[in-house]
Design a protein around this ligand. Sequence first.
Ligand code: MLC
Ligand code: AMP
Length: 509
Amino acid sequence: MEQPAAGDPPWAAHLPPGLDSGRIELLEGQSLVRRWTRRWLEEPGRPTLWDDRLGWRTAGDLERSSRLVAARLHRAGLRPRDRILFSASPSTTVVGTYVGALRLGLTVVPVNTAYRQGEVAHITLDAEPRGAVVDDPERAGWIRQATGDAIVVTPEVDLPDGPVPDLDACGPDDPALICYTSGTTGTPKGALLRHGNLLANAEALRLAWRWTASDRLVLALPLVHVHGLCAGLHGTLLAGASALILPRFDVETVLDVAHRHGASLFFGVPTMYSRLAASPRVGELGRLRLCVSGSAPLPPAVFERVAEASGQRILERYGMTETLMNVSNPYDGERRPGTVGLPLPAVEVRLASSPEGEILVRGPNVFGGYWRNESATAVVFDHEGWFHTGDVGDLDEAGYLRVVGRSRELIITGGFNVYPREVEDVLLSHPGVVEAAVVGTPSEEWGEIVTAVVVADEPRPDTDDLLRMAAERLAPFKRPRLVRYVDSLPRNSMGKVRRDQLSDQLTEG
Ligand code: MLC
Ligand code: AMP
């Protein structure tokens, strides 16, 4: 790695050789969609997206299909800044429709396809969408029920054609996405990301990871969270590169598709790498130019296993819905397992003195605030504009950041976030449950698993009964995998549950 010159910001270490930090313009083009469409019009024949159902779609196909979708949605009455929900399994068709919505200036609200009715209804009522793109009739019904008059369509947007409206008009401050993420209260809030946030972050990744038009990404992440959507998809389209879109992750399919189509990149959460590491085919990862891990801590043992078996040194980075990607191990230079590396271009990171070590972030990637929720926004920004992540870190002697814990009661399982309160509320609604506390307990495969500690009346409710109730109301990844009955919960002098003691007891037990 080239050493940054004296006076350069720490992120200069990420820049390609010959590019100095003073010459970086992350918002060139003003919005992602303008940069994308400019490229597509220059090189319409370039293979851009592949899926198993439709095969390859070119840049020109994507430009045309997104334009057609924008015209249909406009004719149906949707206007810039209207919200549109997206809840569909990844496909090239979904991407075309997503791009069409952004080109029209709509604000896209991604919704996890695993969510149950209550979870979908909360987001729908809060975001007040005028449209929804959904690939499942049951979910479509839930959305109709919650909104009454939203235009609900499948990803094909089977609506009458219309004249092409003004497209690609958004500037950096216009809203692009509202991504729901839970706070400590367990009630999901919408993080409002602007076009400028998306562009600045995708451009930072393009530079830092040396993403070029000849790269090809295996994209097996959901497109309803920022990892798959903003890092994977946006980065691909900004670099003029291509992506192989899989509806779900599966070791064999990822490796088969990567081989068949000459992939150069793979992005995944640690659970995916631990499954890859356990496969006899792990050596095939060595054929890729770059493998990136994020969304949860990558165990150093998994890093070492993959490095040994394939020569591939996984590049770990750190991100968040509200900030997109913040910190990354360097492409050139040392990738240190157990750390997330150095701030990405234009990102500032510092550690707070109180709570000690909390990671604070500032930069063009950081969101504008929570949708219609000024009080929640005020809690996470300080008067100097630093965003308080709720993660705790430390810096090693070379300035590499380690994420050592969380000051929030967040469980991360397989890269998905679970807020204990939401699960506790469901358990408490069972008539036999007196008290419930939900914590994450360590798991080699999932990082953490959702574990419920329950105080109940005699006779104790049947565990299957509790789990059935959780299954009706919560996405599968939020349901407790373990239920333990105890006589009482450990509490501090204020009466607050001591989660640290609970986790310790469970780990020991
Ligand atoms: C699936 N299950 C999970 C789970 N995913 N349980 C706990 N945690 C999870 N993450 C459930 C299934 O519903 C099923 O339940 C059982 O586990 C086994 O399913 P599986 O078939 O083995 O799981 P699979 O479908 O293969 O899913 C595993 C996975 C998936 C790792 C591929 O979880 C996944 O795509 N994770 C990515 C999450 C992600 O994109 N996060 C980014 C957030 S953005 P049952 O009951 O049917 O047996 C972010 C910011 C940043 O965090 O920095 O990136
Ligand atoms: P989300 O709110 O879904 O965007 O999840 C963001 C959270 O994931 C962060 O606040 C971190 O707690 C966690 N996270 C993301 N990447 C990493 C990483 N590489 N190491 C540790 N934690 C991570």
